[in-house]
Design a protein around this ligand. Structure first.
Ligand code: SAM
Length: 271
């Protein structure tokens, strides 16, 4: 039986589909992703899912201060720690990482070619739980389009509102499937996130999450129907106060209107 080992990398096991392992094999694209983070010597950098080090080596070239990586695959984490002894390697699940432990004053720059299966919940947590200086993530193009979708369209949903309420989002460039091994079925997109200056109190954050959940679970319904089904009273006045008609559907509300709505609903959701 022959095992497909790209570029003769005998030390690596075959890619694990369950961990979303599609390794980037184009050094120019890797460099371009790292460039987008604007690392200056001494900056603190955190990489999610370093894998076989496609981005890692370009980050090291920029002489970061602290350089931490989160890798779930214990075999890859072991190879990386041998190869790059100066890096802080955290072997574990990025979804379980305490994002609020990154001190805002340390100006963390976060980067990752994210595993497709966890990209959306991970970005949800990172933009809302940490105060980073800049983040650059490669995601599936379809997810990238949802992240920066304007209101009114099919791509616009809870993730769009949540992420846009916390950060300015840019799609920097697209990446074709051919530059990965194994090749994914879809095109990818490199996205950059800069946090907005406003921060959310825990109660306001919870209210926004619950409002989005409530509204986008029933996105085809009119807002008045959705709110009524939750036992919320004074709906016409409530919506008029934020410039929204009772017959509007959730996807027509701008992120600021969702924020207004969730602020007014805060007490309905408890503490
Ligand atoms: N950065 C490498 C590259 O560009 O070639 C690898 C990218 S690959 C798409 C995703 C990486 O994330 C893999 O190394 C995988 O093992 C790791 N990974 C998957 N799930 C993870 C999780 N929950 N937490 C941390 N790392 C994870």
């Amino acid at each position: 039986m022959s095992v497909n080992r790209p570029e003769g990398r005998g030390r690596f096991k075959p890619a694990k589909r369950s961990l979303g392992q599609n390794f980037l094999k184009d050094a120019n694209i890797a460099r371009k992703i790292v460039d987008a983070l604007g690392i200056q010597p001494g900056d603190n950098v955190l990489e999610i899912g370093p894998g076989r080090g496609a981005l890692t080596r370009h980050i090291l070239d920029r002489q970061p201060g602290r350089f931490m990586v989160l890798e779930k695959d214990d075999e890859l984490a072991a190879v990386l720690s041998e190869q790059y002894p100066s890096i802080e390697i955290v072997q574990g699940d990025a979804l379980a990482f305490p994002w609020n432990s990154l001190a805002p004053e340390d100006g963390w720059k976060i980067v990752g070619n994210l595993p497709y299966n966890i990209a959306s919940p991970l970005m949800w947590d990172i933009v809302s739980q940490s105060r980073f200086a800049c983040a650059v993530f490669m995601v599936q193009l379809e997810v990238g389009q949802r992240l920066r979708a304007p209101s009114g369209g099919r791509d616009y949903g809870a993730l769009s509102v949540w992420v846009q309420s916390h950060a300015l989002v840019d799609l920097l460039f697209k990446v074709p499937p051919q530059v990965f091994h194994p090749q994914p079925k879809v095109t990818s997109a490199v996205m950059r996130f800069i946090l907005r200056p406003n921060t959310f109190e825990a109660k306001a954050s919870k209210a926004l999450a619950e409002t989005l959940h409530m509204c986008f679970q029933q996105r085809r319904k009119q807002l008045s129907t959705i709110l009524k089904s939750k036992g919320i009273g004074g709906i016409v006045d409530l919506l008029a106060g934020i410039g929204v008609e009772p017959s509007q559907r959730p996807e027509t509300l701008a992120p600021e209107q969702f924020l207004e709505l969730s602020n007014r609903l805060q007490n309905q959701f408890g503490s």
